[in-house]
Design a protein around this ligand. Structure first.
Ligand code: ZN
Length: 269
C-alpha cells in the first residue's frame, strides 16, 4: 500500500457498513439495492385494514436482512449520511420503474371521485418521532421522498414531496413491543399538520415513503390519517422490508429458499 493511501486510511477510515474496507459502500451491497422493486405488503401483518379493503401495496427494493440491515442502520443512526448517495439513486431508479405500474391506478382515481385536475402525485414521507429527528439531526426519510418524487418525474409522472404529517405526542418507544402492541401504540399517533393540509388541498393522490417496512403499523396509521382528510393512497415504497416469518427462517443461500422467499413476497413488477 502506498504511503499516501495508508495515511489517508488512517486519517479517514472508510468502509462499507457490511465491513468491506476502503469503499464507502461495496458493489455487493449496492447490488442488493438495485431492485427491481417487489411487492411486500403480504409480509406486514399490521397493514391489514379489517374493513375488506386490501392492504395498501408496498414496493421494496430488498428484504431487510443481512448487510442491508447494516447499511440502513449506519445510514439512519450512525452518522453515515453519505450513504444518501447510494440509497437515493437506488430508490429513484425504482420509482421510475414503478411509475407505469401506478399510472392506471392514477387514471382510475381521477374518474372515481372529485377531480384531481392533473395535479402532481403527493409523495408523503412517513414522519419520524421528534426524539428520533433530534437524535439524528435530520430526517433521513425526506431524502428518500425526494428520490421517489424524482424517479416518478423521470418517468413522466408529475410528483412533489409533501411532508404533510407529524407524529402526535412523544409516543412510546416501539422497541420491545410486539406487533399488536406496536399497532395500538401507533393508531391515531399520526396527525396532519396545518401546512400539510394546505399543501394537499381538497384531494390528493398520495404515495407514501418510508425506510423500512416491519409490521406495517406506521404505514397503516399514515394511510388512515390521509384518508380521514379525503386523500387517496395509491401505494408505498420502502428501501427494505422485513421478510415474512417463513422466509426469515429459511436458508437464504439455497436457490430453493430464494425461490420460496420470492414467491412469499408476491409479484415482481
Ligand atoms: Zn457492503
Amino acid at each position: 500500500m502506498s504511503p499516501i493511501r495508508l495515511l489517508a486510511r488512517l486519517l479517514l477510515p472508510v468502509a462499507c457498513p457490511c465491513g468491506e474496507l476502503d469503499v464507502p459502500w461495496c458493489t455487493a451491497c449496492a447490488a442488493l439495492l438495485a431492485g427491481p422493486p417487489v411487492r411486500a405488503e403480504q409480509g406486514a401483518p399490521r397493514l391489514d385494514r379489517l374493513d375488506g379493503v386490501p392492504p395498501v401495496p408496498v414496493w421494496t427494493l430488498t428484504p431487510y436482512a443481512g448487510p442491508v440491515r447494516d447499511v440502513v442502520v449506519h445510514w439512519k443512526d450512525r452518522g453515515r449520511a453519505d450513504l444518501d448517495r447510494l440509497l437515493a439513486p437506488a430508490l429513484r431508479r425504482a420509482a421510475a420503474r414503478l411509475a407505469p405500474v401506478l399510472s392506471p391506478a392514477l387514471d382510475s382515481a381521477s374518474v372515481d371521485g372529485p377531480p384531481v385536475d392533473g395535479a402532481p402525485v403527493a409523495v408523503v414521507p412517513v414522519p419520524s418521532t421528534g426524539a428520533a429527528r433530534r437524535a439524528r439531526g435530520r430526517e433521513p426519510v425526506a431524502v428518500l421522498a425526494r428520490a421517489v418524487a424524482g424517479g416518478l418525474h423521470d418517468a413522466g409522472m408529475p410528483a412533489r414531496v409533501v411532508p404533510a404529517l407529524a407524529r402526535r405526542g412523544p409516543g412510546r418507544d416501539q422497541v420491545g413491543l410486539g406487533a399488536r402492541a406496536r399497532g395500538r401504540n401507533l393508531s391515531g399517533s399520526v396527525r396532519m399538520t396545518r401546512r400539510g393540509a394546505r399543501a394537499l388541498g381538497q384531494r390528493s393522490i398520495c404515495i407514501l415513503v418510508d425506510d423500512v417496512l416491519t409490521t406495517g403499523a406506521t404505514l397503516a396509521a399514515v394511510e388512515q390519517a390521509l384518508e380521514e382528510y379525503g386523500h387517496d393512497v395509491l401505494g408505498a415504497t420502502v428501501l427494505a422490508a422485513t421478510p415474512p416469518p417463513a422466509a426469515a427462517g429459511a436458508d437464504r443461500r439455497t436457490p430453493a429458499a430464494e425461490h420460496e422467499r420470492e414467491s412469499a413476497r408476491n409479484l415482481k413488477v
